[in-house]
Design a protein around this ligand. Structure first.
Ligand code: ADP
Ligand code: PAZ
Ligand code: K
Length: 257
């Protein structure tokens, strides 16, 4: 039962092919394409892959991107797939959704929280959980020990912060700098400012959750730029490489057994 997992973010499409649709299944192949290169998939990275039996994806990059991926899937000779895309609901895979309008939550956030909770439960008893996704945007989401999503933060990612400052000022066109405790040039000031803005947002949501639940949360971080944040975090955290795919595998197992 080969399984294709797809995550279409605002910068890149990430995909992974697994031997089966359950957590822990062997990874057969994986890759990432910038959105402008989606049209390369069928004749490029996907050529020669075994035909997947099932597919589940999450998309936050809009309907046109999803349609372009459908076209690539249709082009694959021998693939007979019905593409399925996650829509956040009131409850799935042991996680309940406290958003005002549950389906308006980003599908990637929903899937990441389900993956993060799976990681936590594999390690021990349930605790409150902060899930951080460092992509084009940064999301920081809070879940109580029972798996209820309480709410979360959306802030600009590193690239958007920098471009916003460059676009809105006359004097901030500089090369990328380094994260410093006391930045002494514009490059370092911008790079450090963005990094600590994200780290500070995580710290605050962590405090809110610890206070609300009266227990120490676990923190799980993922996303293409997660590694950039690692040295600057204020609390213990785990960096998980394939959090979205892990979430999709958990959901696929629940859906298809
Ligand atoms: N090899 C890489 N390719 C692309 N982006 C990268 C890479 N390494 C780190 N990044 C950073 O990760 C961000 C994109 O992460 P990603 O998880 O692909 O985002 P999204 O899910 O929003 O598409 C970019 O803003 C960039 O700063
Ligand atoms: C917040 C996001 C833009 C993050 O996208 P990403 O950085 O992963 O590309 C995405 O999850 C989204 O469009 N969310 C819908 C709005 C919401 O979650 O409230
Ligand atoms: K994402």
């Amino acid at each position: 039962m080969t399984f294709l997992a797809i995550d279409i973010g605002n910068t890149r499409l990430k995909w992974a092919m697994y031997e089966d649709h359950r957590p822990g299944a062997a990874l057969l192949a994986h890759g990432a394409e910038f959105l402008e290169h989606i049209e390369r998939l069928a004749e490029g990275a996907w050529a020669g892959l075994p035909a997947p039996d099932r597919m589940l994806g999450c998309v936050v990059a809009g309907e046109p991107a999803r349609r372009r991926v459908h076209e690539q899937i249709e082009q694959m000779l021998g693939w007979n797939l019905e593409p399925r895309w996650v829509v956040p609901s009131l409850q799935e895979a042991g996680v309940s959704n406290g958003y005002d309008h549950p389906s308006r939550l980003g599908a990637d956030r929903w899937v990441a929280m389900i993956g993060a909770r799976h990681h936590m439960l594999q390690q021990g008893p349930q605790r409150p959980l902060v899930t951080v996704m460092v992509g084009t945007a940064v999301t920081v989401d809070a879940m109580d020990a029972e798996g209820h999503f309480l709410g979360g933060l959306i802030i600009p990612g590193h690239g958007i912060m920098l471009r916003a400052l460059e676009g809105g000022t006359a004097g901030l066109h500089v090369p990328t700098g380094e994260v410093k405790l006391f930045p002494k040039n514009t490059s370092d000031a911008l790079t450090s400012g963005g990094t600590y803005a994200i780290a500070g947002a995580v710290e605050r949501l962590y405090q809110h959750l610890a206070e609300h639940c009266q227990a120490e949360p676990m923190c799980i971080m993922a996303g293409g730029a997660g590694w950039k944040m690692s040295p600057s975090m204020t609390r213990p955290f785990q960096l998980v490489n394939n959090l979205i795919f892990d979430g999709l595998l958990v959901m696929a197992e629940k859906r298809w057994g």
